[in-house]
Design a protein around this ligand. Structure first.
Ligand code: ATP
Length: 847
């Protein structure tokens, strides 16, 4: 064991307990990467060539615009990367160490050589080390050895040089404790651990794209091909018409750069990473970015009861001994049977109280809490009757046993679920005597249990057995027991659960309670919060045990509460719903929940009570263990998806407008409406900010009125592409109207100036159209996005400066506009607002 000072020294000497990640890109590198795009390189080359041939101004402006765009892109990428790193730190694992004789919880990265680490079922082993104490320890070492069965550990010496899988007296970083508990001394940390040695392999793992990013990348590639062909044809036409090859080429490349939406996938990253930051503040930490998209289409949420739907604040309500129920206020520690029950509930119990703070499973802290209310010191009782051996609680067995030496006898105390324990009882304590249990006794206990459960109480049964001699307990000892009594406790539903359940139902999501608790208790709580209407919607895990997968698939829609469920049942329930075409979110906290969390589309682990195994398997971790947070996360997921969609709609419709204008001009033999500088100015500068701003649009609670998005629905639906086409056409028409007005009243330069001004301003205005897929013009929502307003003002200042400040005219290939012409430009741009809003209105009522 180290002292705190020694630990600090070692921490300095050996460094943090971390695996080196892939080398982080420097900001300069990120900046350079912005120029990696093939088309941008071509553009730079053509600009240089055209500069040499005399058009120096254009070349400089193109450089400036591209560099500013790169700076903008760098800023966004750096921020997005930082927010992802912060997110990762939020879900970094903790470890329990003994320092200065005190048990402390510290971040796993602060564990150092020489530390004594304590681990129990569900914990992640934070470093390599040699075992000091062991109680039935089993460790899942599959990540290191490939062995899928958990390895049993002991203190027995192992010959030097033994293979990893045979080093049973050592534990290794990155593995999980699946059963029992132990303490070990850290021998290696960070890159020196066994997993560190193979971490080189992990370093190469590159960031995975989310399905949406893949979808967009795919679409982007196809679209690029079409645009390149189009630009090629345009180039040929221009050359045939007598344009110089260099100019025609520069224009074709600029149009390609402007029209190809290469930023789509990075917009998704930026919006997702900012979205996850918001979710983290609202207690949902996203561990896998894909989960954000998935959340938007969740149609079933399977939730634990205890702690998620309820407060996980258990308080003892009743004792039941000698055939009579006593409410907690009337418990008398002098009554022998009541005293015995109190004592057993303290002995067969792992919770403790440190500095007045109760630590452990709330079911168990409730028991020692009652003791302290009755003036009984739990520590003293545990010292008087020390624990000799134990079989820990697990949610499959639903029992826990401990062995003690009591008044010269060896006694095993067993506590657990009433129905399970009753099956193992042969005798009953009846006042001073122990006699065989009768059928009437069983019925009486059962009736009492039912009565407690119907009031939503959790019930624990207590039993014992006296042994001839001390022995290390095994499962086989949990038989032929003597029944002592019951303890009922209350865990009230969270206040917000009822509302969250109602919100789920409104949003077309089915909430389902899956619990290890008794069916009647679960149903009583489920009824209170609105998950269950009718008792026929509740069933026990055992019912589905004998069902085939096909039968289960047909069965699941009728059930809202599954009680007495084992972790294997959870996987089957998730799978059955998935096979019915649903996206399923599933909560879990225990060691055995990991497979179900992995099977679910969105595995949700509990941040407070959850084990590290569960957190590792989950896509999302709740820092408040609250069901309402999942519903909020779904709302966020839906909003983020919608915002991304809006940003894409904004970019694609604007690009489409530019292409339409160029296409029209070349078809009717008019001069080219834009110079390359115009296109780059719009697409690389004034357009990026509104697109990002749309991605950060304030969340709209109305998304919860819709049904969940269909699974695998491509973001680019027919309807979505049609809107892009129609809105692009509208902007294109305004642009060409401006062009024609300029052309009739002046010359090609005036025409091009007005077209440029109109296209640029129209796209700024169009940002407001893309806030929602319904009209928002007369609602408060119209101006609720300060980023969008900021982007609009900035963009508008830029374009107005370019149009109105004469020294800039030469550089930007524009000419001075009269006030009337300028107003025409603004007017045509603004017209996009009522027209597109009207189109949205017509589409909405046509639905
Ligand atoms: P949920 O799945 O809703 O979170 P839970 O996780 O509390 O419920 P389990 O912990 O699996 O469910 O408990 C199942 C049953 O085991 C409980 O109904 C109770 O009877 C019994 N039980 C719970 N905790 C203990 C414990 N510490 N010792 C002995 N028995 C327990």
């Amino acid at each position: 064991m180290l002292t705190k000072e020694q630990a600090q020294e070692n921490l300095k000497k050996y460094g943090p307990n971390e695996l080196e990640e892939r080398k982080k890109r420097s900001t300069f590198r990120i900046f350079l990467d912005q120029f990696k795009d093939f088309l941008v390189i071509i553009l730079i080359i053509s600009a240089v060539v055209s500069g040499f041939l005399g058009d120096v101004e254009s070349a400089i402006v193109i450089f400036v615009v591209i560099t500013m765009n790169a700076i903008l892109g760098t800023g966004q990428t750096v921020k997005a990367e930082q927010s992802l790193i912060r997110l990762k730190q939020l879900s970094a694992p903790d470890a329990k160490v003994m320092r200065d004789g005190q048990l402390m919880q510290i971040p796993a990265r602060e564990v150092t050589v020489g530390d004594e680490v304590i681990v129990e079922a569900g914990d992640l082993i934070p470093a390599d080390g040699k075992l000091l104490t062991v109680a039935s320890l089993k460790v899942d070492e599959s990540a290191l050895t490939g062995e899928s069965l958990p390895a049993e550990k002991s203190l027995d010496e192992v010959p030097e040089g033994a293979a990893l899988g045979d080093q049973t007296n050592r534990v290794f970083s990155g593995c999980f404790v699946t059963y029992g508990r132990a303490s070990f001394e850290v021998t290696e940390i960070g890159m020196r651990t066994e997993v560190g040695k193979i971490a080189g392999l992990l370093k190469q793992a590159s960031a995975k794209l989310t399905p949406l990013q893949k979808n967009l990348d795919d679409f982007g590639k196809k679209l690029s091909l079409i645009i390149l062909v189009f630009c090629g044809i345009l180039f040929a036409i221009s050359v045939i018409r007598g344009e110089s090859i260099v100019n025609a080429f520069l224009f074709a490349v600029a149009l390609a750069v402007a029209a190809i939406p290469e930023a789509l996938s990075s917009i998704v990253t930026i919006v997702l990473s900012f979205g996850t930051q918001k979710m983290a503040k609202e207690h949902a930490i996203i561990r896998k970015l894909q989960a954000v998209e998935g959340l938007g289409s969740v149609s079933v949420i399977c939730s634990d009861k205890t702690g998620t739907l309820t407060q996980n604040k258990m308080t003892v309500e009743n004792y039941y001994v000698n055939g009579a129920s006593v409410c907690s206020k009337e418990i008398d520690p002098k009554d022998p049977a009541q005293r015995e029950l109190l004592m057993f509930s303290i002995l067969c119990n792992d919770s403790r109280s440190i500095d007045g703070q109760e630590i452990g499973d709330p079911t168990e802290t409730a028991l020692i809490h009652l003791g302290s209310l009755l003036g009984v010191d739990y520590a003293q009782i545990r010292e008087e009757y020390p624990r000799l051996s134990e079989v820990p609680f697990d949610s499959d067995r639903k029992l826990m046993s401990t062995e003690h030496s009591i008044d010269g006898h060896y006694v095993i105390v067993v506590k657990g679920a009433v129905d399970v324990l009753l099956g193992r009882i042969s005798h009953i304590q009846d006042r001073d005597t122990v006699r065989e249990i009768t059928e009437e006794d069983r019925v009486r206990i059962d009736v009492q249990n039912r009565h407690f459960s119907e009031n939503g109480l959790r019930v624990l049964a207590f039993a014992f057995k006296t042994l001839e001699q001390e022995r290390g307990l095994t499962f086989h000892d949990e038989n032929n027991l003597t029944f002592l009594g019951l303890i009922s406790m209350m865990d009230p539903p969270r206040v917000e659960s009822k509302e969250a359940v109602a919100e789920c139902i409104k949003a077309g999501i089915k909430p389902i309670m899956i619990t290890g608790d008794h069916k009647v208790t679960a149903a009583a709580i489920a009824k209170r919060i609105g998950i269950l209407k009718n008792m026929s919607e509740a069933c026990e895990g055992a019912v589905i045990e004998n069902m085939t997968d096909e039968e289960l698939r047909k069965f699941v829609p009728n059930i809202s509460v599954y009680a007495r469920v084992s972790p294997e049942h959870k996987i089957r329930i998730v799978r059955a719903w998935q096979e019915r075409g649903n996206i399923v979110a599933m909560t879990g906290d225990g060691v055995n929940d990991a497979p179900a969390l992995k099977q679910a589309d969105i595995g949700v682990a509990m941040g407070i009570t959850g084990s590290e195994v569960a957190k590792d398997a989950a896509a999302m971790v709740l820092t408040d263990d609250n069901f309402a947070t999942i519903v909020k996360a779904v709302e966020n997921g839906r909003n983020i998806y919608q915002n991304i969609k809006n940003a894409i709609q904004f970019l694609l419709s604007g690009n489409f407008a530019a292409i339409l204008a160029v296409l029209y001009a070349s078809l009717v033999n008019l001069p080219v409406p834009f110079s390359p500088v115009h296109l780059l100015f719009i697409n690389l500068l004034t357009d990026s900010l509104p697109a990002i701003a749309l991605g950060l649009e304030p969340h709209n609670p109305e998304v919860m009125k819709d049904k969940p998005r269909t699974v695998n629905e491509s973001i680019l639906t027919k309807q979505f592409l049609t809107s892009i086409g129609v809105e692009g056409l509208c902007i294109g028409i305004m642009t060409m109207t401006a062009f024609l007005i300029g052309y009739r009243n002046g010359n090609a330069l005036l025409a091009s100036t007005m077209a440029f001004g109109t296209l640029c301003s129209s796209r700024l205005v169009h940002g407001f159209n893309c806030k929602a897929n319904k009209p928002v013009i007369f609602t408060k929502r119209f101006c609720n996005n300060r980023y969008l307003i900021g982007a609009f003002i900035l963009g508008w200042l830029l374009i107005t400066s370019v149009l109105m400040i004469p020294p800039l005219h030469g550089i930007f290939k524009v000419q001075t506009l009269s006030i009337v012409q300028l107003m025409m430009v603004y007017g045509l741009a603004l017209l996009n607002l009522p027209i597109i809003q009207l189109l949205k209105y017509i589409r909405k009522i046509g639905k």
